[in-house]
Design a binder for this molecule. Sequence first.
Ligand SMILES: [Zn+2]
Length: 78
Amino acid sequence: MLSCKQIVEHGSDYIEKDMGFWRKVEMKLHLMICVHCRRYVRQLKRTINMLSRGRYYAPSEEQVEQLKQQYQEVNGKR
Ligand SMILES: [Zn+2]
């Protein structure tokens, strides 16, 4: 089973790229049981969609980092 940390690390790959079939299944399984990661991936997806409509195709490293930090903050409070 993947950890939340792994989901956060590979979140953008999951949305943007083709990862291995089993990897994807593992991600999906985790997202099914973990509401925090579900929220994180949804927000990440929204960010990527928003940016891809504009000039940029992908979010910058900085923005991904920011999202990760936000996520970790939320998780740390629990
Ligand atoms: Zn999780």
